[in-house]
Design a protein around this ligand. Structure first.
Ligand SMILES: Nc1nc2c(c(=O)[nH]1)N[C@H]1C(S)=C(S)[C@@H](COP(=O)(O)O)O[C@H]1N2
Ligand SMILES: [Mo]
Length: 519
């Protein structure tokens, strides 16, 4: 093809396809780097890849999201960013190839990519027109780099251009663009990371002593079996589930929690105001509705916070309100039945977890925790507002995506040890785990080996019905392959049903089973 073109037309750039594609990737990469730096200097979460990813997450149909969570678990965010980067890389290579013969179209394509990224940034909750600037300037940079590089290559390939000067100008162009991209990209990364770091702000928080402290935990909360999940989970080991592609970095000095919506007297409190309110300390277990039977998305911690009820009482709630809509700084919302935050249970706006200010990943500076409900209808992190409302007027993030509106945690027993598919020595084996039915409490756990009789477990102590509970059964293991099966009975006397339900739309159900080999 190249040869025939050379026969009957004007001189055609003799660039190889891979080199052209590489130029496209380089030009686009420099644009992304410029946009990344500009975003880092203004709002780090508006960096184009992140903004496109965040918009993608919000547009993703529920089935695809379920698939991603089931397949990639908590690596789903990395997979998404990687996928977007790969697609962008392919488009960039295409731009480079296109630029050989259709420079205008190629530049137009760069502009289109910039517009998509700009639209994604502007569509983020709380964004303004200014959020489009990094992507638009980045696209302008990419278009400029593409024009510059293709022009130089064309000159170098033209009559007499194959000689030294043409070649050198191409090499200098490539090095210049690459150098600029590297500097802008790394600077953007450093600045962005620094601005997103809330560790200094966290360290400066002085937590007051609780007005209503939690009672000391008896040692018997632990059944004393190695490998069983500890009663209290450290923040760094606590599961993390949210839609945030980058962890929101909330500036606590400018932060307020506003209480509005269907209330008589809307108001807002600063973080200092919040800490000055009566503080309650409680051990509470949080569970994600996406947790599969036997899954890891559950944890227990000691929370310090202000009762949601107290915060609402100051505002005076309209009796017609049936839901509490809570909103995060990134626009995510949860709707909690208003009854669940006013019926006397320890529903908190928490400011601390296990004696320390909340970790950035877990909602610094403040989040909700409501015993008995799945996190998606109760546990808003990076909380900025509480609004009594009605289900008919406004729907929360996951409700709009088909998940249940009313989502009490299902009773569940999980086997932690022995691990599934492990081999244990014959003789006395401790089979142990955790079980939960927050706010109803756990009355008992039973274990069945193969088709044998159900045997009652010994339960760890608990401070209240709002936490999970450890359990253990000593099993006289005989050689061979065995299936271990656990089920819990909650405080209302209801044993968890065997019938399997998927997490969508109101939480997984079924008995956790593991198969082990006894040697
Ligand atoms: N802002 C915000 N808060 C959120 C979410 C979210 O996506 N965004 N996810 C909720 C869900 S689904 C769960 S299960 C809990 C998990 O809290 P953790 O990450 O601290 O364990 O946070 C809840 N709070
Ligand atoms: Mo969740």
């Amino acid at each position: 093809m190249k040869h025939s073109a050379r026969l009957d037309g004007p001189p055609v750039p003799s660039r190889s396809a891979p080199a052209s594609a590489a130029l496209g990737v380089l030009a686009m990469g420099s644009g992304v780097a410029v946009a990344h730096l500009l975003a880092a200097l203004t709002i780090p979460s508006r960096s184009p890849l992140v903004a496109v990813g965040a918009a993608f997450i919000d547009l993703t149909p529920t089935w695809l999201k379920e698939y991603a969570v089931a397949t990639f678990g908590t690596a789903d965010k990395q997979v998404l960013l990687g996928t977007i980067a790969t697609i962008l890389g392919l488009v960039s290579a295409g731009v480079g190839l296109l630029a050989r013969a259709h420079r205008r179209t190629a530049v137009g394509l760069v502009g289109a990519v910039g517009l998509v990224a700009a639209a994604a940034a502007v569509s983020r909750p709380g964004a303004s027109g200014a959020d489009a600037v990094p992507a638009l300037l980045g696209a302008a940079g990419a278009a400029g780099a593409l024009a510059l590089l293709t022009r130089r290559v064309r000159h170098a390939a033209g009559p007499g251009g194959t000689a030294g000067p043409g070649r050198r100008s191409v090499v200098l162009g490539v090095l210049g663009v690459a150098g600029l991209a590297l500097v802008a990209g790394s600077l953007g990364e450093v600045v962005g990371r620094r601005r997103a770091d809330v560790s200094a702000a966290r360290a400066a928080v002085r937590l007051p002593a609780p007005d209503d402290p939690a009672a000391a935990l008896p040692a018997s909360v632990e059944v004393g079996v190695p490998g069983v999940t500890p009663f209290r989970v450290a923040a760094r080991d606590f599961y993390r589930v949210d839609t945030a592609l980058t962890v929101p970095a909330v500036d606590v000095t400018g932060w307020t929690l506003s209480v509005g919506g269907m209330v008589d007297r809307p108001y807002a409190v600063s973080f200092a105001d919040l800490l000055a309110m009566p503080l309650v300390e409680r051990d509470l277990t949080l569970t994600c509705v996406s947790n599969e039977v036997g899954g890891p998305y559950v944890g227990n911690a000691r929370w310090l916070g202000v009762r949601v009820k107290d915060l609402l009482a100051h505002a005076g709630v309209d009796p017609r309100a049936d839901q509490l809509l809570s909103r995060s700084v990134d626009g995510w919302t949860a709707s909690t039945p208003i009854a669940a935050v006013t019926d006397g249970r320890d529903a908190l706006v928490a400011v601390a977890m296990n004696g320390e200010p909340l970790a950035a990943e877990h909602g610094f500076p403040a989040r909700m925790v409501v015993p008995g409900l799945y996190g998606f209808v109760s546990a808003t992190k990076w909380l900025v507002s509480l609004e009594p409302s009605t289900y008919s007027r406004e729907q929360a993030y996951w409700t709009r995506r088909g998940w249940a509106t009313d989502a009490p945690v299902r009773t569940m027993a999980r086997i932690d040890v022995p691990h599934a598919l492990s081999t244990v020595a014959a003789g006395r084996v401790a089979v142990a785990g955790v079980c939960w039915a927050q706010h109803r409490g756990i009355d008992g756990v039973e274990l069945q080996v193969d088709d044998g009789p159900w045997r009652a477990a010994r339960l760890g102590s608990v401070p209240s019905d709002d936490t999970w509970r450890q359990w253990v059964v000593t099993w006289d293991a005989t050689p061979g392959r065995h299936t271990l099966r656990a089920r819990a009975t909650d405080g209302t006397g209801r044993t968890q049903p065997e019938a399997r339900l998927t997490p969508f739309p109101s939480g997984a159900q079924g008995w956790h089973e593991v198969v082990v080999t006894v040697a």
